[in-house]
Design a protein around this ligand. Structure first.
Ligand code: PLP
Length: 416
């Protein structure tokens, strides 16, 4: 029986959890993992795929005539094809393997930015970006004399896209925008941003690190110029990420890493580059992680992205409906149009203390600025506690989370 056949509507969380060894590990008994926005757990199908590579056909790709390496190459390139299909890319060679979303942004900021940004050009980003989609643009602006401009975040945790008409000008050369916030869960209408940017021929880079794991993305339909995300936030291994780029942009921009595997010809003082996608994949890649990411996508597809999205939405609404009436709780971000990421504060208590209290009850949540200091500045806070859910979380876990919230409010009120 396939995984899909064992899972009825809505998601059979108990059945899904059986695929995740971490939840069955004796030391983790009773653990409620609510930190999938930081990294997700990995199903046995992914772990087995990596084990198989290492035990059965570990070898380097592309350069060998023997069977072991042919198998590794086939696995690697097959994963590229799977990923291209998963996000609706027109060609597999528009998929570049990187170490993660962070490296992917840097590839564009350096490889595209250094070649095409000129003094006085404007780069438009938002106040809701993860540092990964902010700092590389600060550096690109400094290197190339470009000017950074920001789409504002309002107090509801939504971007003020109405201001696009004023913000996008003839000088706008590039727009870098998140598809969903890792702090507020807010989803962004990136299609609207892309349409507006394309009216002035600006290039748009979309950070899909939080969106791709939770809802179907089609880069062709969005008409995104670049789109990037990380494997470890979508059940895949760490150390692997994706940079999607339209063929014309990838062809036009420069490689960022130089060395083996990315050349066409090499002479004493000059070299020429291989064609796409290999021009961007210098050196030995994280081959088992690539193949493992392919297995993660297969797992997600078997369950169905639409069902995962519905499950996530129902958990989030269930949780918010119970949190919102609580007097001592402040919730950050919008009620609707959000991913399963809930940042909150308990009045008078530091987020780290909240997270430590939850840990003492065997619930893993995150606290801090979540690599999004501009959001903290805008909302005039230093940190939040954050709970994030995924396909292996259940309503019973949310019930426990809410019980511990009540407990925490009671516990800390004694010290206030
Ligand atoms: N963008 C967003 C929205 C994120 O949430 C993260 C990680 O939390 C990143 C980018 C960076 O991802 P990575 O650390 O995997 O490169």
């Amino acid at each position: 029986m396939s995984l899909a056949e064992t899972i009825s509507e809505p998601l059979n969380v108990e059945e899904i959890r059986r695929s995740f060894p971490i939840f069955n590990y004796p030391e983790n008994k009773g653990l409620i993992y609510l930190d999938s926005a930081a990294t997700t757990q990995r199903p046995i199908q992914v772990l087995e795929t990596i084990r198989k590579f290492n035990e059965e056909y570990n070898s380097n790709i592309h350069r060998s005539a023997y069977k072991l390496a042919e198998r590794a190459t086939a696995g690697y390139e097959c994963a590229r094809l799977q990923i291209a299909q998963f996000i609706g890319a027109a060609h597999p060679h528009e998929i570049i393997f990187t170490r993660g979303a962070t490296e992917a942004v840097n590839f564009v900021a350096i490889g595209w930015g250094n070649k095409f940004l000129k003094p006085g050009d404007e780069i438009l980003i938002s106040e809701m970006e993860h540092h990964s989609n902010l700092v590389p643009w600060q550096m690109a602006a400094k290197r190339n004399g470009a000017i950074l401009k920001f789409i504002s975040l309002n107090q509801n945790g939504e971007l003020e896209l109405e201001a696009l008409d004023d913000l996008v000008t003839e000088r706008t050369r590039l727009v870098a925008i998140t598809h969903a916030s890792n702090v507020l869960g807010s989803r962004v209408n990136v299609k609207k941003v892309i349409e507006k940017a394309h009216q002035v021929d600006a290039v748009v880079v979309v950070d899909g690190a939080q969106h791709v794991p939770h809802a179907r993305v089609n880069v062709e339909d969005l008409d995104a110029d670049f789109y990037l995300f990380s494997g470890h936030k979508m059940l895949g291994p760490m150390g692997i990420g994706i940079l999607y780029g339209k063929e014309k942009h990838l062809d036009a921009m420069d490689p960022v890493l130089f060395g083996g595997s990315m050349i066409d010809d090499v002479n004493y003082y000059e070299s020429t580059w291989a064609e796409l996608p290999w021009k961007f994949e210098a050196g030995t890649q994280n081959i088992p992680a690539v193949i493992g990411l392919g297995a993660a996508i297969e797992f997600l597809e078997q369950i169905g992205m639409e069902r995962i999205e519905a499950h996530d939405r129902s958990l989030t609404e269930y949780c918010l409906n119970q949190l919102e009436p609580l007097e001592k709780i402040r919730i950050f971000g919008p009620h609707r149009q959000r991913l399963p990421v809930i940042s909150f504060a308990i009045a008078g208590i530091h987020a780290h203390d909240v997270a430590t209290f939850f840990d003492s009850r065997n619930i893993a949540i995150r606290s801090g600025h979540h690599c999004a200091r501009l959001i903290m500045r805008k909302l005039q806070i230093s940190s939040t506690a954050r709970a994030s859910f995924y396909l292996y979380n259940s309503k019973e876990e949310i019930d426990k989370f809410i019980r511990v919230i009540h407990e925490a409010i009671g516990y800390f009120s004694r010290w206030n």
